[in-house]
Structure formats: structure tokens, C-alpha cells
Design a protein around this ligand. Structure first.
Ligand code: GLC
Length: 494
């Protein structure tokens, strides 16, 4: 039997009731089916149907709230009277702040304005379906009650409250999922914690204070893994998501495997591609950008700030417009991804008003048009997103993708949604439609007044009113019968 057929037949075998989604190494006549992981993660062992079930709520959600909140909100971008460049939560690293000086911030942290109900209500008003909050960022400060390490918000501050516990209770009440971001690798205040290099931190471990020195495995065994156990055990049905960040070479496959063994005890958990140790997790995590064509066949989530910083900075007022934020959400949904949009509360626990205003405006649009975003699939077209330049190259020397911003599309089983950014004169034209169009109306029109559809060959023209109902994005709904292919008795591509 030819190797390739041999491999295909073997790979299609379901062994011990579990499909092995594996890379097979064939050596001579013997072969070993093995995943690249000594400790198999759920993604290595579950069937596609099991994975679809586990990811279902997350894929339908499309829109989540990221919260970056911690001690860094006290300096808020300024240290010893000087503004420290870069994102606010990196101030300890970029400012080369000694461990003892940074840890002294805890005694000043008393965010009495923090109100879990209001934050969860804001997420809901924005149309967000899940929240991911920093439980411990790279500075090593735990925003939760941790017995594993005293440098935490309950034990080391006058606040003495556990915001994650309060958020969990509110998310439960208000029907929204809660996830935890955890910096499993970088930890700038725990001996042995890793550090990415900034500035002149030229030592091999990029530390800037001898108090940071120690053994990475010891840090993992004494702090990170015990805290992950606390986060997975102490908040009821949450976390629904664990959001790892910034892995380094210190995170060997063996050490990552110890964390995976912990994650495997929570079979509904969703976790991202930033654990390290060769594990890709469930989701790609493009940061501050939207991939030109998404990641076909892979779950992905674009995380983005509303201004330019994740953690609060008092002087970062570069807030994106509501138009940009909404069109980002629509663009991402049209490519089959999720939008994780960040807020950065200040040191009193208040959310910056410009962020509140934008999120509420997004929610108003979603109140009318959410059907075109939630629980939809990616576009059936694709060319609307833009095209590859025939002359310009990107930084990798490949043809540069030039985005177009006239319209996007999302898909439901019996509808095609067209989100119109520029309002066409008279009618909207499609050269070809992969489904039989049975009617058309504007989603914002409560009466769903039928619009005139003219078929031109394999395409259509839909007559539109002179004025766009929404200046940012108006949704045109094309009602569709079964996909053409199904009409001919062939199962249409999903
Ligand atoms: C980067 C930053 C980190 C931030 C994360 C959000 O990894 O290092 O501070 O939390 O992006 O995606």
C-alpha cells in the first residue's frame, strides 16, 4: 500500500474511541501516530464535533470585553515625574522600576469606585458577550485572593476585596461569560519569573533588579501553577476562558505540559495560542490588527485597545472613533473572528468616559443590527475586503494587501447580510451570488419593507432608498433559499 494511502487510512482510524488528530511519522514500514505533545491537550484528542460543541458559545459571541487593570493604573504612565513611553501595564519594565519600589504601590491601591455590576452592565450595553480580565499581569500582582502568593489585592492592599469574585457573581447574575488573562511566563516581581527585553536590560534574563533572579521552574511551581489552580477552582463555573500571554523559551514543552495537565481537568475551558511549549491552544490572537483574510479553519480573536494602551495611562487620549470600532467588529465578524476590545480602568476603579461612550454607541448599533453579527459565519464572497497590490510589497516582500472599505458580508443559514459602509447610488450590485436570493430588506427597517431585486445573469441589483439609515454601517438582508449546490442534490460547503 502506498505510504500516502497508508497514512490517510491510518489517520482516519479512530483509536480507543478518540480521533487522533495527529502528525504521523512514518519510519520504514513502522509508523508511530503521535501528537507533537508528550502531554496531550484537549485539542489533540477531541473530535471535530466535540470541538465545535466546546467552541459554540465563543464562536456565536463574536464580541468580548478585555479588561487590563492593576497596580500600573496608579502611576498611569508616569514615574518619578517622567512620562514612561509604551503601553501602561509595562511601566515597571520600561521604567526599570526596582521590585521593592513597584511592590510599594500595593499599599496605595484602594480602588473604591470599582463596581462589578456597572462594569458587567457596560459590557452588556456594548453588546459584548464575554469578559476577559487580567488576573495577574507581567508585574506579578494578583488581582484576586491568592493563598499562593501574598502580593495580591486582598492581602497586600487597603482594598481587601477580590474583584474577580465580584465580577464572577455579576456575570452569573447578568448572564455573561467570564475569562481570566494570566501572565504565566513573564513575572517581573517573582524570583525566577521571565522578562521580555526592553531598553538596556541586556542581561541574558533581561532582568534589571537582582531581586528578580531565581529559577523559572521554581517560579512556575511555587507561584504560577498554584495560582492557575486557584483561578480554576475558586470562581464557580468560571473561568470560561484562560488567556495566556507572552511565552518565552523558559516555558519548555515539559513545563507547559504540567499546565496542560491542569487545563485538561476543565474540559469546557477555552484557551489561546500563547501558553508556549509548542501548544497552539484554541484561538489565534492577532493583537492590534485584523488579519487580511482571517485564519480560515481556525478560531481567532483580534484583541485591540480603544486608545493606544491596555493598562490605564492618564495622558493617552488617542481614542478610536465609534465608526472605526464598529467597522472593525464587522470586518472581523465577516472573516469569522471575534473582537476582544479593551478597557483600562484607572486607580480608583473608574472606566475612562471616552471608553464608556464608545462602547455604549456600539451597543446601540448592535441592538438594531446584532442579528448580522452574533452566531453568523464568515463572508461567502471575500473580494469585498480588498485585494493584493500588483506593485506594493508588504514587510515580508509579499504583495501588499490593500483593504477596501465599501462593504462587508456575514452569513446565516437562510440569509446573507451585507453591511454597507459607503451608501451606493440607487442600487447595490453583486456580480454573482452563491445562493438563490428570494428577497431583500434593510435590517434597520422594522417593517422589513421588501426591496426590488433585479437578477442580472448570476448577479443581482437591489434598489435602495436615497439615504442610508445608518452613517456608519447599514445592513442589507438578502433572504436566500437553500444553497445552489444543495438544490442540485450536492451538500453545500458549510
Ligand atoms: C501584549 C502585552 C501585554 C498585553 C497583551 C494584550 O502581550 O505585552 O501587556 O496584556 O499584549 O494582548
Amino acid at each position: 500500500m502506498k505510504t500516502s494511502k497508508f497514512l490517510t487510512s491510518i489517520l482516519s482510524i479512530t483509536l480507543t474511541g478518540v480521533a487522533i488528530a495527529a502528525s504521523a511519522q512514518v519510519s520504514g514500514k513502522h509508523y508511530t501516530i503521535s501528537n507533537e505533545h508528550r502531554v496531550k491537550a484537549i485539542q489533540d484528542t477531541e473530535t471535530p464535533a466535540q470541538r465545535d460543541a466546546r467552541m459554540a458559545w465563543w464562536r456565536a459571541a463574536r464580541f468580548g470585553m478585555f479588561i487590563h487593570w492593576g497596580l500600573y493604573s496608579i502611576p498611569a504612565g508616569t514615574w518619578n515625574g517622567k512620562q514612561v513611553p509604551g503601553i501602561g501595564e509595562w511601566i515597571m519594565n520600561r521604567g526599570s522600576i526596582p521590585v521593592a519600589d513597584y511592590k510599594a504601590l500595593a499599599a496605595k491601591f484602594d480602588p473604591t469606585d470599582f463596581n462589578a455590576h456597572d462594569i458587567v452592565a457596560l459590557a452588556k450595553a456594548a453588546g459584548m458577550k464575554y469578559i476577559v480580565i487580567t488576573s495577574k499581569h507581567h508585574d506579578g500582582f494578583a488581582m484576586f485572593d491568592s493563598k499562593a502568593d501574598p502580593f495580591n489585592i486582598v492581602g497586600a492592599t487597603p482594598f481587601h476585596r477580590d474583584p474577580l469574585k465580584e465580577l464572577a457573581e455579576e456575570c452569573r447574575k447578568q448572564g455573561i461569560k467570564l475569562g481570566f488573562y494570566y501572565s504565566q511566563d513573564q513575572d517581573w516581581t517573582a524570583p525566577g519569573g521571565a522578562a521580555y527585553k526592553t531598553g538596556n536590560h541586556d542581561r541574558p534574563d533581561h532582568h534589571w533588579d537582582p531581586a528578580q533572579d531565581g529559577n523559572f521552574a521554581d517560579y512556575l511551581h511555587k507561584k504560577a501553577i498554584p495560582q492557575l489552580k486557584e483561578l480554576l477552582a475558586n470562581y464557580g463555573e468560571f473561568p470560561a476562558v484562560i488567556w495566556f500571554d507572552t511565552p518565552t523559551a523558559d516555558m519548555t514543552p515539559e513545563l507547559a505540559g504540567e499546565i496542560v495537565e491542569l487545563l485538561n481537568q476543565h474540559p469546557n475551558l477555552i484557551w489561546n495560542n500563547r501558553l508556549g511549549g509548542g501548544y497552539n491552544g484554541d484561538t489565534e490572537t492577532p493583537e492590534q490588527y485584523i488579519p487580511a483574510q482571517g485564519y480560515p479553519g481556525r478560531d481567532w480573536e483580534s484583541c485591540m485597545t480603544i486608545n493606544d494602551t491596555w493598562g490605564y495611562k492618564s495622558y493617552d487620549t488617542n481614542f478610536k472613533s465609534t465608526e472605526t470600532l464598529l467597522r472593525n467588529l464587522i470586518d472581523i465578524a465577516s472573516k469569522g473572528g471575534n473582537y476582544l476590545l479593551n478597557i483600562g480602568p484607572d486607580s480608583k476603579g473608574d472606566v475612562p468616559q471616552p471608553e464608556v461612550a464608545r462602547l455604549r454607541a456600539m451597543g446601540k448599533w448592535l441592538d438594531v443590527n446584532g442579528e448580522a453579527i452574533y452566531d453568523t459565519k464568515a463572508t461567502l464572497f471575500g473580494t469585498e475586503a480588498g485585494s493584493l497590490s500588483k506593485t506594493e510589497k508588504d514587510q515580508d516582500g509579499k504583495p501588499k494587501f490593500i483593504p477596501a472599505w465599501n462593504w462587508r458580508s456575514t452569513t446565516a443559514p437562510d440569509k446573507i447580510y451585507i453591511e454597507l459602509f459607503t451608501w451606493p447610488r440607487g442600487s447595490f450590485h453583486l456580480d454573482s451570488v452563491p445562493r438563490e436570493v428570494t428577497g431583500a430588506y434593510l435590517l434597520a427597517d422594522k417593517n422589513h419593507t421588501r426591496l426590488k431585486v433585479t437578477k442580472t445573469g448570476s448577479g443581482i441589483d437591489v434598489a435602495l432608498p436615497d439615504m442610508a439609515p445608518d452613517p456608519i454601517a447599514t445592513v442589507l438582508v438578502l433572504t436566500t433559499g437553500a444553497p445552489y449546490a444543495a438544490v442540485k442534490g450536492v451538500r453545500a460547503a458549510s
